[in-house]
Each structure stands twice: as C-alpha cells, then as structure tokens.
Design a protein around this ligand. Structure first.
Ligand code: ATP
Length: 363
C-alpha cells in the first residue's frame, strides 16, 4: 500500500458491509498531521462507521488503515494512538471534574506522580482549572462537554476523534463551542477528526472536509473550495443553498459553454475542459442581484415575479418565479436592500448575475 509521507492517517479502499447495507464503500484518503478534518454527510452516509473503524471500535470488511505509519489491522482500540469523544459526552456523575479526567489514566496504571500534572495540563487546555472540584451536575452543558474533551486529551492522543460533539448543545452554546474547539485544536496541535451532518459546523471549523454520500467520499476539499467549486450537484446542493438549473450543452468555444436551460433559456458559462450532453448549472443565492429596472449590461438576466420574501435580519431570501413552476432564490443583504428598496410578493423584478459566478456541473 502506498502511504503518503505527509499523513498521520492513511485510509485505503476501506469498506464496511453490514447485512444488506454497504456502510462504507472503498474509501481512500489521507489526513495530515495537525489537521482539523471533518467527515460531513447526510444521516446514514457512513461517517460514524468510518470514524469507528479508525478508532478500532468496528472491524473493516476490507481495506487498510494506517495511523502514524503503523498498520492498524491487528491493533485493538485501546492500543491505538487515538481517542474518541462521543456524542453523549459521557462523564461520571459521582466523580469531580478532576477525578473524571484522572480516571482514564488510573485504569491504565499511570504512575500516581504523573497523574496530577497531566490532569492539570488537560484541564488548563479546556480552561476548567477553576472548576476541578465540581461535580458534573454543577456544570453547564458546555462545561460538561469540556470535561469530556479533557478526558480524551489527558491521554495525549495523536488524533482526537469527535462524533457529533456539539449536537447535544443548544444553538447559542454550539456556536461558542465551535470557536472553542477550533482554538483548542490550534493550541494543542493534534489532529482532530470530527463527524457531523451540520454543514455550518464543518465549514466554520475544519481545514478540510470529506463530503460523504451513500458510503462514498464525493469530494475532499477546503471549505472555500467546496463552496465555490463543488465537484458535483450533490456537493453543491449539500453545502449551502444553491439554485440548480438542468440544461443541455448546445455549443462550446474558447472556454465558453452554451447551455440551453429549462427556465432561463440559453446562457453562456465559462468552463474549461470538454463537456457535452446534460449538465447542471448552479449559482449561489448571494451571487444574484434583484432589481426593479432591467440590468441591460448583465449577460445573464431574467424577469420574474416575487413569490415570497423570507426575512432573516441581516439578509432576506427573495424567491422569484422566472417561468411557470421555476423559481430562483436570491439572498439579498438588508443593508443594500434598504438602498434598493423593499421587494414584496407580487412585484415584477429582474434577476441577474455574472457569468463567472455560474458553475457548470457535469455529475
Ligand atoms: P448518522 O448521522 O445518522 O449517525 P452516519 O452517516 O453516521 O449517520 P452510519 O451510522 O455510519 O451513518 O451508518 C451507515 C449505514 O450503516 C446506515 O445505513 C446504518 O443503518 C448502517 N449501520 C450502522 N451501524 C450498523 C450496525 N451495527 N448494524 C447494521 N447496520 C448498521
């Protein structure tokens, strides 16, 4: 097997079959040292199974996992240089914070003199030094979550595996913990692999994201690349909001592809490389401009009727029907919206966008 030099984890053709379902299907990729890596995908796509195989909690049906240069095939979970933080962030209710953190070291027979300083170090990492003597029921949800993190960090793993670590927290705390986790990862300098179905979570925290669907990895890229250059319709649709237009290529010349779209007629899209047949044109809602007057200099424009306006405070989503049964969604910042004037259901408006903001997807 070829293992990249610059990889803390190498996964090759990893497959897990359960009766009647292929949970993970010949997946191969590398994770770099000190990377914050996210496995992202809809429910049932196989991300937890993949994480559990890395942890050694699930045996692969076939394929290989190498961690820090060692093949893991015969290495049991407790001898792997990884540690897992579970969704339910289990902590022992009858033990204090520091006893909770010390527990994992005690059971593996760590010398007593070493335990104290290591617990202190782990609590410092998650900023819980002041609360060392409290019991879990005297802590907030976020603080309990940090105890669970400290319990994992105290073992000094090379890789920390986090299965939906923020899903039990309320929305506000989740936002705060996202930032804390990112800062913690930078500070401790170990590799984090997080499983999530929440694209905002992955986009805001991870250095790179593997987007999974039906047991397969569809794309691995940085958050910006995934959002700006999705490789497929599935990824474009899964990461953020997007307007998708089915179309057919009618001609190509000098890096410009002409596409006959359902709903918007013929449009020209910048695209390198050969392309023909059925395609999908994608454009993000924030790339659309909504105006009352026709933007005659915009190469891609269409007139339509506002169907609905959804107000989100800083921005509004304006749903514009371009043709019978065909709508585009524009994300209008409310600062500029005040300048341009309000849009209301029933208004006749123009939608336009720049050619370079148009993505051509072939799968
Ligand atoms: P979720 O976000 O809902 O946790 P997931 O992406 O983590 O989903 P997995 O839990 O890895 O998905 O499950 C992948 C597939 O494997 C699903 O179809 C699931 O039902 C199946 N599966 C997982 N664990 C088992 C098991 N122990 N026995 C049988 N099937 C399983």
């Amino acid at each position: 097997m070829s293992v990249s030099d610059d990889a803390i984890i190498s996964i090759r053709a990893l497959t897990k079959l359960f009766p009647g379902v292929t949970a993970v299907d010949e997946v191969s990729f590398d994770i770099r040292p000190n990377e914050f890596f996210a496995l992202l995908g809809p429910s049932g796509c196989g991300k937890t199974t993949l994480l559990r195989m890395i942890a050694g909690l699930e045996m692969p049906t076939s394929g290989e996992i190498t961690i820090d240069g060692q093949d893991m095939a015969l290495t049991p979970a407790n001898r792997r240089p990884v540690n897992m933080v579970f969704q339910s962030y289990a902590v022992f209710p009858h033990m204090t914070v520091e006893e909770n953190v010390a527990y994992g070291l005690k059971v593996v027979g760590t010398p007593k003199a070493e335990i104290g300083p290591r617990v202190e170090e782990a609590l410092r990492m998650v900023q819980l030094e002041q609360l060392a003597r409290r019991k879990p029921d005297q802590l907030s949800g976020g603080q309990r979550q940090r105890v669970a993190l400290a319990r994992a960090l105290v073992k000094r793993p090379k890789v920390l595996l986090l299965d939906e670590p923020l899903s039990a927290l309320d929305a506000k705390l989740r936002d705060q913990m996202r930032l804390e986790l990112t800062r913690l990862q930078h500070a401790v300098g170990i590799t984090f692999i997080i499983v999530t179905h929440d694209q905002d979570e992955a986009l805001s925290m991870a250095d790179r994201i593997a987007v999974m669907e039906a047991g397969c990895v569809r794309q691995i890229a940085t958050p910006t690349e995934l959002y700006e250059q999705p490789a497929s319709r599935f990824v474009a649709d899964f990461i953020g909001r997007v307007n998708l237009l089915d179309g057919e290529v009618t001609g190509t010349r000098d890096g410009i592809v002409e596409v006959e779209t359902r709903g918007l007629g013929r449009i020209a899209v910048a695209h390198e490389g050969p392309v023909s047949g059925k395609v999908c044109v994608a454009v993000r809602p924030e790339k659309l401009t909504v105006s009352s007057a026709e933007p005659t200099d915009a190469p891609i424009r269409a007139q339509g009727k506002v169907r609905d306006v959804a107000y989100y405070g800083n921005a509004s989503h304006v749903f514009v029907e371009i043709a019978e049964g065909f709508e585009l969604t524009a994300n209008v910042q409310n600062r500029s919206r005040r300048i341009e004037g309000d849009f209301r259901p029933g208004d006749t408006v123009w939608i336009s966008w720049a050619s370079e903001d148009t993505l051509l997807l072939t799968e």
